[in-house]
Design a protein around this ligand. Structure first.
Ligand code: FES
Length: 76
């Protein structure tokens, strides 16, 4: 599975001690691209549990769609 993720930031997010989870004592960084609290994991990755390994998805406005084909600049 893969996901198309659209990001708008053009700089880093610096973590500080306040970012540490009080209960778990760690910082969970989102790697799925779906978190509403990006760059932190908020559990939204659970929506990807049933994704197919060979399919590319896009999540938009709470809906999941399948992307049929992604054309990259190298393919033009
Ligand atoms: S890894 Fe993205 S929300 Fe948890």
């Amino acid at each position: 599975m893969s996901r198309l993720v659209e990001l708008e930031s053009n700089g880093p997010r610096t973590l500080d001690p306040a970012d540490i989870d009080d209960e778990k004592g760690d910082v969970a960084v989102c790697q799925c691209g779906l978190s509403e609290s990006f760059p932190f994991c908020d559990g939204s990755h659970r929506r990807t549990d049933d994704e197919d390994a060979e399919t590319t998805y896009v999540y938009e406005d709470g809906e999941r769609s399948v992307v049929e084909r992604v054309v990259t600049r190298d393919e033009e």
